[in-house]
Design a protein around this ligand. Structure first.
Ligand SMILES: C[S@@+](CC[C@H](N)C(=O)[O-])C[C@H]1O[C@@H](n2cnc3c(N)ncnc32)[C@H](O)[C@@H]1O
Length: 243
């Protein structure tokens, strides 16, 4: 096996079999790095969406998820007022800004607005406004409503708490984030509006689905092709807010 790295200490190397070259990037375990981190690094290095994001200038592979969802359901239209909860590092924003015409580049078309919220600071992006805020803190919804200054056409949430390593705990946390996003959406969406949120399949999302079905004309559960098949992540797309 030949390698471009291969020193103990976790350098990346490309492995090759006899004769034919195997381009799978293998990562050696390193002292101080957990096996799960090594697995994560190896998966990142071999993920075609990570490579595509890099090549196309997106801030992360998550960009392809909203792209695929919007290609299917068409909610990011010219002139849309969009709120993105858990927006860092800004991949969804990069996809949404041109689609909603937030920079006014499509003459004669309505100009959209994009407001992103995250715990983390986000590198500025033309056409988007970002605010650093914990959406789960008291009155966060009131603050976001003030920043929004009116109704929204789309509320989308890719919020995810950092993994606890315990599947059920992670599931309950993401459902809590999703519920908070949904109640915020009920408050700010204009009639006909769309709510998109990441959930994890695992049981507790049933109540949320029931609620969304009461509030929206259509509720779809989707796993976009770019969502890793080994992850229980899926997206709920609720369209036609009844007000
Ligand atoms: C998967 S990332 C979002 C990626 C984003 N959609 C993109 O395309 O760049 C999840 C984000 O949710 C944020 N987040 C988690 N809990 C949050 C909270 N309580 N308030 C605001 N943001 C939160 C995290 O900081 C993280 O940046």
């Amino acid at each position: 096996m030949t390698g471009t790295g291969g020193k103990k200490g976790g350098r990346v190397r490309k492995s090759s079999g006899r004769g034919q070259r195997d381009l799978t990037v293998k990562v050696k375990t390193a002292r101080g790095r957990r096996n799960s981190s090594t697995r994560w690094l190896q998966r990142q290095l071999n993920d075609p969406y990570v490579q595509r994001a890099k090549a196309e200038g997106y801030r992360g592979r998550a960009a392809f998820k909203i792209m695929e969802l919007d290609d299917k359901f068409r909610f990011l239209v010219n002139g849309a007022r969009v709120v993105d909860l858990g927006c860092a590092p800004g991949g969804w924003a990069q996809v949404a800004v041109p689609r909603i015409n937030a920079l006014g580049e499509k003459s004669g078309k309505k100009v959209g607005t994009f407001l992103g919220i995250d715990l983390q600071e986000v590198e500025p992006l033309a056409g988007a406004t970002f605010h650093q805020l914990d959406f789960m803190e008291d009155d966060a919804d009131v603050k976001v409503k003030e920043l929004l200054g009116g109704k929204a056409d789309v509320v989308m949430s890719d919020m995810a708490a950092s993994s606890s390593g315990h599947k059920q705990t992670d599931h309950l946390r993401i459902i809590a984030l999703c519920e908070a996003a949904a109640y915020f959406a009920f408050d700010v969406l204009d009639e006909g509006g769309t709510f998109v949120a990441k959930v994890l399949a695992g049981g507790a999302e049933g109540e949320l689905q029931k609620l969304l079905k009461l509030k929206f004309e259509k509720v779809m559960n989707v796993k976009p092709p770019s969502s890793r098949s080994d992850s229980s992540e899926k997206f709920v797309v609720a369209m036609g807010f009844k007000g």
